[in-house]
Structures are given as C-alpha cells and as structure tokens.
Design a binder for this molecule. Structure first.
Ligand code: UD1
Length: 338
C-alpha cells in the first residue's frame, strides 16, 4: 500500500515513515521543509536501508499536490503537515487557518478525486483544554480552543467528520496526541526545532548540552503535588506505531467511517519529574529556575487510552526513561555532527 505522508520529514512524520516501512507499507513523503531538513532523508535511509520518494511540496499547493496523486496510486494518507506553535498562531491566525485547515481541504479533495480511501489525521489533546475530569476519554468535553492553533485542530476534526459522513469515499481516524518526546533509538532521526525550542524536552536537552541557558520552569504554584504542570509524555516511536495500527484498523473495519483515539501513555508526569528523570537516566546536570506561569498552559492533562488498546490493539511500550535517554542521545549525536 502506498501511503502519502504529509509532513513526513518532521519529528512525528519521520518516525512514522520508519514504522510504516517496518510494517510493509510504502511511504511517499510530501513536505515543504518549512520546519524540517532534507538531511532527515539520510537518517531514514540509514535506519531502513531504503530511499523514500520525497516531494518538496506545500500541501496548500493544489497543483503540485495533484501531480503527486497523478504520479502515484495512493491508498491512504497520514496528514501531519501543519504549523504547531501556539504563540505564533496567536500572532498569525490567518496563516494558521490557511496552512492547517486549507491543506486538509486540498488533501481531502484530492483523496476523493483519486480514490485514496484512508486518512489518518494528527489531532491533539489540546482539544480538551483544561479538563474537568482526568484522565480524559475521547468522550470528554471539547473546550473552546485557547489559541488559533488549537482551534485548527478542532475545526479539522469537524471537517473530517462531516466529510466522511457525507461521502463514503474517505474513511478516517483522528489521533489525539498527548506530548510526543524522545527520538529514534538509533539517534539517526529526532526532533529538529528551529530557533529556541518552546517545548519542554528539546529545551532541556539543548540546555544540558550548553546551547541554551537554564531551563525556565513555567510556574510552580499549580494545584499538583509538586506545583508544576502535568502532561502525558509519549515516546515518538510508540506514537508512530499508533499510525500503523490505525491504518490496519481502517483496513480491517469497513464499517468504521470516522473515529477518534487518544494516543498517550495514560500516565501524567510533572515538569519537575521530567527534569529529575532526565538528570538521573542520563547522569547529567541541568540548571533550572522557577519562572512565572506561561499563558495558555493547562494545569494537568493525561489521557485514558483504553479505547486505543481495545480497538487498535495498540499500547505504549517505552517509558519516560527511554524517551529521555533517546532524546539526550539524539542531542549528543547532533552536537557530534556540528
Ligand atoms: C504544546 C501546546 C500543544 C501542542 C504541543 C505541540 C500549549 C499550551 N500547548 O503542548 O497544544 O500540541 O505543544 O508540541 O502551548 N515547560 C516549561 N519550560 C519550558 C517549556 C515547557 O516549564 O521551557 C512546561 C510547560 O509549561 C508545560 C510542559 O513543560 O507544563 C510541557 O510543555 P510543552 O512541551 O511546550 O508542551 P505543551 O504545552 O503541553
């Protein structure tokens, strides 16, 4: 099966390309390289022994996207390509709606036209906002989005639901990711944030290696055991495997037109727990200082993943320790290259 992977050069996309290949699928990568680098292809080739088809194409470019569909029979698509910086989305809402919502429309129209019947969409636990009950299940209330970025995820889920209800030509799954971290255990692919990382783990690894100053912990006065925010951190390889399980589920369950799954570990860890675990597993020091809260942060969120386990037959296999060791080894390998 040929699977179009939009955003396949990015952090989650590249790890999913590996897992697709390992499971016998043929990934075809589309990426505009706006937040990734062509060298990812070398890492993918070293891991898999395979040179993947890659199109440097913007998913909003209808014409270029159509030529990808014309050149390749596409059996399904995994749509990662999107912008994901919350702060930037507040500053440039129109760009976010165009980029994230517009690209989904282009993709789904082409999937209908060229009879590519399966879609896996990258959604986010951001749709739950600050939850009333934990862990959140797929039936938990969606809260009004805190940012245009969060809103694009909600809107895209709704578009997919409406489109799959109206036409049987596409069947789809939206995966609500919790916090993906880590890197491939080979240290050949990982996260490549542009500029100062806003996410926790890349900041930790860059700070520990001396590229950044001390980590600022965004608030320690939350209503949590140690006062810092709680998230559900999932190893990116486990997350990548959830995409393969979802494709298999769509293929094996013809009655499924659209469904939503939480993809996390089911466990919450605080920022301070992440910091302490990082120091312990990697036997390295990390300077940090407690700073003010970050606007828009939720206090705690972690997922109930029983539905994914039951229906997709998927569950996480790697621990927080594994994630933080792989993230650090990836940072070390980057510094050896530079
Ligand atoms: C963020 C987005 C989320 C998006 C995800 C994409 C917000 C509110 N949420 O998730 O919608 O899907 O990124 O990757 O922005 N932290 C620090 N110091 C730092 C960085 C982070 O203390 O330098 C803390 C944060 O306050 C938070 C935790 O670490 O409590 C995780 O932060 P982060 O990695 O940015 O992820 P989210 O905010 O959960």
């Amino acid at each position: 099966m040929n699977i179009l992977v939009t955003g396949g050069m990015g952090f989650i996309g590249s790890h999913t390309v590996v897992e697709l290949h390992n499971s016998g699928y043929t990934p075809i990568i589309v990426d505009n390289l706006s937040n990734s680098d062509k060298t990812v292809l070398n890492g993918l080739e070293k891991i898999t022994g395979q040179l993947f088809k890659f199109y440097e194409v913007d998913c909003n470019d209808n014409r270029a996207m159509e030529s990808v569909f014309k050149e390749n029979p596409i059996d399904g698509a995994i749509h990662f390509a999107a912008s994901k910086a919350v702060g930037e989305s507040v500053e440039k809402p129109l760009f976010y709606y165009q980029n994230n919502v517009g690209s989904l429309l282009v993709l789904m129209e082409l999937m209908e036209k060229y009879h590519a019947p399966r879609l896996i969409f990258s959604s986010s636990c951001t749709v739950y906002g600050e939850p009333d009950f934990l862990p959140v299940t797929e039936l938990s209330e969606k809260k009004p989005a805190e940012s245009p970025y969060g809103n694009t995820k909600q809107i895209c889920e709704e578009i997919i639901e409406d489109a799959t209800r109206a036409s049987k030509r596409i069947r789809a799954i939206a995966l609500r990711y919790f916090n993906p971290i880590g890197a491939h255990p080979s240290s050949l692919i990982g996260e490549l944030p542009l500029g100062v990382p806003s996410n926790l783990v890349p900041f930790i690894t860059q700070s520990a290696i001396g590229l950044r100053g001390p980590l600022a912990i965004h608030g320690s006065d939350y209503n949590t055991p140690d006062g810092t925010c709680i998230r559900d951190y999932i190893h990116v390889v486990d997350l990548a495997k959830a995409h393969v399980a979802s494709l298999q589920y769509l293929s094996g369950n013809a009655q499924c037109d659209f469904d939503i799954f939480n993809i996390g570990t089911g466990q919450g860890n605080s920022v301070l727990e992440v910091v302490e675990t990082f120091k312990k597993v990697n036997e390295c020091s990390l300077n940090y200082a407690i700073g003010p809260r970050r606007p828009g942060d939720v206090e705690k969120v972690f997922g109930d993943v029983a539905k994914s386990r039951r229906l997709l037959g998927w569950q996480t296999e790697l621990s927080l320790e594994d994630s933080l060791r792989d993230a650090w080894n990836w940072q070390l390998s980057l510094s050896r290259k530079s």
